[in-house]
Structures are given as C-alpha cells and as structure tokens.
Design a protein around this ligand. Structure first.
Ligand code: NAG
Ligand code: NAG
Ligand code: NAG
Ligand code: NAG
Ligand code: NAG
Ligand code: NAG
Ligand code: NAG
Ligand code: NAG
Ligand code: NAG
Ligand code: NAG
Length: 597
C-alpha cells in the first residue's frame, strides 16, 4: 500500500512538474530574425537532448579562420559562440592555399549532426583553381568531435571523393550510413547519394536521387526520416533573389523521390520583404517535439544593393503533422512561433565566445589571447600577431605582411599571408573603433581599419607613409601648421582611404596627416551612419574634437557574393620592404541598431 501510494505520488509529481513546466512556457513565442546576424550563411542546426538539451548551429566560413563557427543556445533566443570546428592548421592545411578570392573559395555549407554520442560536421573546401569536373576542386571532408564546447576535440579532416558540395551524413534505421550532396551544378545538377564509412571517407558509387523541381542548382540536401518516409529538403534557384527551399519524399532511401506539390515550401522571391534570398534550410525538433527551420537570408529588400552583412541565419516555426508535408512560416523580422524554453536557461552556457548580441571592449591585457570571435583570412602567419608585447602592454602588435588585403589580384597570398584580424559586422548600425600607434618609416608602410568582404571587396582607411606629393586632399577642419614639408619627395604620413570591388568604389582619398598629429595615438573609426553608408573617421585619441571624417562611402562595394563584412585591422608594407609593426589598442564594437524591415 505504502509502495503504491509512493508510486502514485511520484507519478503525480512528475506529471504535475511537466504539466506546470509546459504551462510555464506554453505561450507561443515572439522572437526576432536574424537569430545569427552577420556573416553566418548556410546554417545547419540540431537539438541534442543528451547534451543538456542544447541547440547547436554551424555556419559556412569560406576563407575565414578560425572556420565553421558553432553557436549554442538553450532557449533558442540567446546564442553563444562556443568554438570553431576548424581551429588548428593541421586539421586542414589546404585552407592556406585556396586560390582566387575573386570567386568563392574556402569552406562551403557544413552539415552538423549528432549520432550515438558523437558530433559530425561534413563540409567542402572549394578551390576554384581546378576544373568543375575535377573532384580535387571539391575537397569533401568530415570532422568528428566529442564535445563542441571543447573545440580541440574536433578531429583532423577525413577526406572523401565527390565532385560536388553541400554534403551531409545520414544514418538509416538499418545501420547504413549515407552521404548526400549536390553534384557540381555546371556539370550535371542533381542531388546525389552514396554509402560512406565516416571513419575512413570510403564511399560507394554515387547515385542521382533527385533533380529538384527545375530551379537552378539543386543543393543543400538534408534527409529526415519521419512516419516511414525519407524527406529530402533542398535549395534551388541559386543563392540570390530567386533562392527557395523545396522538398520531396520517398518510402525508399534510394528514391524515387516524389516532389511536394506545394513547392517551394519556403521563399521570399518575388516579394517586397526586407528579408530576401531565403533558402538553404535545415530542420530540427525541439524538446517539446515542435519543428523549426533555419535558413540563410539577406537583409537587402528586393533592391539587393546594400547588404554588407551578407547571408545571415534566420529561424522559422514549422508544423509537420504525421504523414503530411511540413509547412514553414514565412520569414520576417518579427516572428511568432512555438513556445520556447525559458530565456534564462542559456545563461549557464559556458563556451569560449560571446553571445551574438554582445559588443566588443577588448583591451588586449597581458597574458590574454585573441578573443574567440576574432577572425583572420586564411591562417595568420606565425608571429604576425602578439597580444600585449612587453614593450607595449595592452596592445595588439601586428607585424606587416608584404601583401595587402587584395594580395596578388585577389589570389593566394602565399605563406606570408595577410596581416588582418576582424570581427563580423552584426548590426545594421554600428560603431567600430580602435586606437592605433604606428610610426611608418618606409615608403608604403600602412596600417589601418577595413570593412573587408573578400580580397577583391574591401574598403580601407589606413595611415601610410607616402611622398608629400601624393596628397590629393586636405583636412579642412584640422589645424594646418606652416612647417608642413614642402619637398614633394619627402616621405610623410598620410591618411589614405581606398577601396576595391566589382561594384564602383569612390576614388582614393589621400590627405597628409596634420603635423600636430604625428606620432600620436590615433583613433580610427568605421561607423554605419545608416543602412547604406559607412563613415570613415580619424582623430588623435586624446583630442576627439579634432575628428575628421575622411569619407562617407556606400557599402554597396562590400555587398556581394557569399561572405559578409568583417570589421578589422591590417598592417602591410604594400609589397615594399617595410617591417614597422602597428600597435592596436582599445578595440571597440558597438551595435547601435538592428533593422528588421
Ligand atoms: C592562383 O591563381 C592565379 C590566377 O589563375 C595563378 O596565376 C596563380 O599561379 C595561382 N596561385 C597558386 C598558388 O596556385
Ligand atoms: C579519391 O580518388 C582518387 C583518384 O581516383 C584516389 O587516388 C583516392 O584514393 C580517392 N580517395 C578516397 C578517400 O577514396
Ligand atoms: C535527372 O535528370 C537526368 C537528366 O539530366 C536523368 O538522366 C535522371 O534520370 C534524372 N534523375 C532523376 C532521379 O530523376
Ligand atoms: C519569381 O518570379 C519569376 C518571374 O515570374 C519566376 O520565374 C520565378 O520562378 C519566381 N521565383 C520563385 C521562387 O517563385
Ligand atoms: C503557435 O505557433 C505555431 C507555429 O507557428 C502555429 O502553428 C500555431 O498556430 C500557433 N498557435 C497559436 C495559438 O497561435
Ligand atoms: C604573465 O605570465 C607570465 C608568465 O606566466 C607571468 O610571469 C606574469 O606575471 C604574467 N603577467 C600578468 C600581468 O599576469
Ligand atoms: C615620428 O617618428 C618617426 C619614427 O620614430 C620619426 O622618424 C619622426 O621624426 C617622428 N616625427 C615627429 C614629428 O616627431
Ligand atoms: C545614408 O547616408 C548617406 C550619406 O550621408 C546619404 O547620402 C543617404 O541619403 C542616406 N540614406 C538614407 C536612407 O538616409
Ligand atoms: C595592394 O598591393 C598591390 C601590390 O602588391 C598594389 O598594386 C595594390 O594597389 C594594393 N591594393 C590595395 C587595395 O591595397
Ligand atoms: C627592397 O630593398 C632592396 C635592398 O635595399 C632594394 O633593392 C629593393 O628595391 C627594395 N624593394 C622595394 C619594393 O622597395
């Protein structure tokens, strides 16, 4: 009797607790897109009950290093950077050699999955130098990890052969493991599949399983088994304004796959929405059994001209009744969706990086290392970056690379690399600012700040040593002192703005530094004054009142392609012999406003 009573009490207790927990968050949620603002394309997200009921999302990183960021959340609202899958050179040495930044080289769409106690990340390192038909152009790779909170636990890349991209693993109920991928679209566009040994990369013959619904480049496949069907989620139409998500299903993993009559299941093509290019989705089920979709999107409106943050991660609720096709909600800035776990549950997330909404206040204290969200372009040269050197504590010393941010016409920069480190632009309006100590002594030595998208798309404002004759502009507001050198060949420090892009950029601005500013700590700032323009300004750190806006430039030149803007600092000798390092301090990034419509 006593036992029965206790059992009944326990039953009641667990039932009552789960009822009241459900009641505590039974209200549909209101949340905001993008969930991961800034350069976070091609999202792949999972929910892992076995790891403290945590959500994890991976995104593409192209040539950025560390690469393949992982964000985690417990509540679907606060997302924290917890590490990068690609965090050590030896995991994938070939990232150093991707050539032709003119195209879209580097790490393309990853798929993140959890299976039987292990995390798996499957992706492709693309090298445009090789022909489309050559599998060596598509370096398909598998990373295995025990714990994404400990980024050192990710394995080195395991390679497999596939002439395509957007590869993902799928574990069938019979124990067989498959890789699904997008066959190189300029060759024979199709979703293909093979059996795989994930530990070795050995693959069987590739089979076409679906050709999509006729849109360009069927890609981004993800397979889900539900109610006896294999559902195949894909993207079509290319990653621009015509991007869309489509679905098909089959009772058999090998097909034939029947197309959903309601396709496309998710798109903002041909709408006036601020959120465009929606596609490349993934699906996951939360702890309450509700489905969510994530996808990439560009906050550009249909004009598609000013979108420096590139392709970002958005989330949308999905209803997926038994035996039926899933229905996605339209993506917008303010969303209503399934109930979410209580907001506070993310606060105990540990992990090396910041929450996505945090700004920067980085002072490079002694014995610290670069923050986890600081990003280079390919691997940094060893010794190029020193945090708080003994001679200049509380600074970041950057030794110059011979090649600048363009390097050789946008191609591989060689082992010397490019001395650049940045962080993602994550807010429509922001203020990014550093202090710079830099005393160039050789021609073309330069250090400054950049809004960097690719090697062929960046807007830079630097301090550079040039002949006095190079000046094309003066600072009207600055106190000009009469002792300005008159010898036109004398090398004097200048402020130089210049940009490069496939889109028209304003001509360079080259202004000699006011002599009174020489060898003083200068503050360099990039500020998004509105959604379409960046203002580049400079002033002596100790004299804000002397601030000069060098240019207010459209951000259209850094709105292009597959990546998103990194705001950062660089130091280069521009192909000359200079070796003078730059000392960066007081690194600040503040999100000022997020536009959602
Ligand atoms: C990179 O590509 C350019 C242009 O095709 C070529 O000239 C150069 O040799 C390539 N560099 C490497 C390291 O492969
Ligand atoms: C990929 O194909 C090449 C050429 O056929 C072969 O040498 C290599 O061993 C293959 N790699 C794997 C992982 O199967
Ligand atoms: C896809 O299209 C090709 C022709 O381009 C055709 O040979 C193939 O059978 C199609 N595959 C499927 C699964 O429909
Ligand atoms: C958008 O409209 C164009 C022109 O009518 C059409 O070709 C295209 O398929 C539409 N895109 C989507 C995703 O519906
Ligand atoms: C809650 O959100 C889901 C997913 O968007 C939707 O299907 C459902 O109708 C919503 N419920 C209410 C009561 O609004
Ligand atoms: C930095 O580390 C060194 C060596 O571990 C130590 O001697 C020194 O006291 C540390 N300095 C600070 C400011 O923590
Ligand atoms: C600034 O520093 C450089 C290098 O140390 C030196 O050559 C130059 O004379 C200094 N300029 C002024 C105005 O102090
Ligand atoms: C944004 O700022 C630029 C430069 O000041 C200005 O030309 C443009 O009209 C502004 N755009 C809007 C929408 O206010
Ligand atoms: C980059 O450096 C090259 C020389 O290596 C030079 O020709 C080019 O003008 C520079 N461009 C930029 C935008 O820095
Ligand atoms: C680099 O220095 C060497 C030796 O002083 C000189 O011959 C060469 O012209 C310099 N190169 C450049 C690009 O300044």
């Amino acid at each position: 009797m006593v036992l029965t009573t206790t059992a009944a009490a326990l039953l009641c207790l667990s039932a009552c607790v789960s009822t009241s927990l459900a009641a505590a968050h039974a209200q549909n949620s209101t949340y905001y897109n993008p969930i991961l603002p800034g350069f976070h394309p091609d999202p792949s997200c999972i929910f892992v009950p076995e790891r403290d009921s945590t959500f994890f999302c991976a995104s593409s990183s192209f040539n950025a290093f560390p690469g393949i960021p992982i964000h985690a959340s417990k509540d679907l609202q606060s997302w924290k950077l917890i590490g990068h899958v690609l965090n050590r050179r030896e995991q994938l040495p070939r990232l150093a050699e991707t050539n032709r930044s003119t195209r879209h080289v580097g790490i393309w769409a990853p798929t993140l999955r959890f299976h039987d106690g292990d995390f798996w990340l499957v992706t492709t390192l693309v090298d445009d130098d090789r022909p489309q038909t050559d599998f060596s152009r598509w370096d398909n790779i598998i990373f295995k990890g025990k714990d994404p909170f400990n980024q050192g636990s990710w394995s080195n890349a395991i390679h497999f052969n596939f002439t395509g991209y957007d590869t993902e693993p799928f574990w069938d109920v019979d124990g067989k493991v498959y890789i699904t991928g997008a066959h190189a679209w300029q060759v024979a566009p199709a979703i293909q599949q093979a059996e795989v040994d994930l530990e070795t990369g050995k693959v069987s013959e590739w089979q076409n399983i679906w050709n999509g619904t006729g849109g360009m480049a069927p890609e981004g496949p993800h397979i889900f088994r539900k109610d006896g069907f294999y559902y195949l989620l894909a993207a079509e139409g290319g990653t621009g304004l015509d991007h869309r998500v489509t679905m098909s299903r089959s009772k058999n993993i090998n097909g034939p796959f029947e197309s959903n009559p309601a396709n496309p299941v998710l798109t903002n093509a041909n709408t006036t929405s601020y959120f465009q290019t929606i596609g490349h989705a993934d699906l996951f089920k939360d702890g309450d059994g509700n489905w969510w979709g994530v996808a990439l999107s560009t906050r550009s409106g249909p004009d598609y001209i000013n979108y420096p943050m590139g392709r970002e991660t958005v989330m949308t609720p999905v209803s997926w009744p038994e035996d039926k096709w899933p229905v996605f909600s339209q993506v917008s800035g303010k969303m209503s969706g399934w109930p979410m776990p209580p907001r506070a549950s993310s606060q105990d997330l540990h992990g090396v990086g910041p929450f996505i909404t945090e700004g920067d206040q980085v002072d490079f204290p002694p014995n610290s290392s670069l923050p986890a969200h600081f990003t280079h372009w390919r691997f940094p040269a060893p010794e190029a970056f020193t945090v708080s050197p003994a001679s200049n504590p509380h600074t970041l010393r950057i030794s110059p690379s011979a090649l600048n941010l363009t390097a050789l016409n946008g191609n591989y920069a060689g082992p010397g690399g490019q001395s650049f480190v940045g962080r993602r632009q994550q807010d429509t309006l922001f203020t990014y600012r550093v202090d710079l100590d830099f005393s160039p002594s050789a021609l073309e030595e330069e250090a400054g700040v950049s809004a960097f998208l690719t090697q062929n798309h960046h807007l830079d404002m630097g301090i550079v040593l040039l002949p006095a004759s190079a000046s094309t502009a003066a600072f009207p507001g600055a106190k000009q002192v009469t002792t300005t050198p008159t010898d036109p060949s004398a090398l004097i420090p200048h402020v130089r703005f210049r940009g490069i892009s496939y889109v028209a950029v304003p001509p360079p601005v080259v202004a000699s530094l006011p002599p009174a500013w020489a060898n003083r700590t200068l503050t360099l700032e990039i500020r998004a004054s509105n959604a379409s323009h960046f203002a580049f300004s400079v002033w002596p750190a100790a004299a804000r009142s002397e601030a000069q806006t060098v240019i207010v430039a459209s951000n259209a030149p850094v709105s292009w392609g597959f990546t998103g803007v990194l705001l950062g600092v660089y130091c280069t000798s521009n192909g000359h012999n200079g070796t003078t390092p730059a000392y960066v301090s007081k690194w600040r990034y503040t999100g000022d406003e997020q536009f959602r419509d």
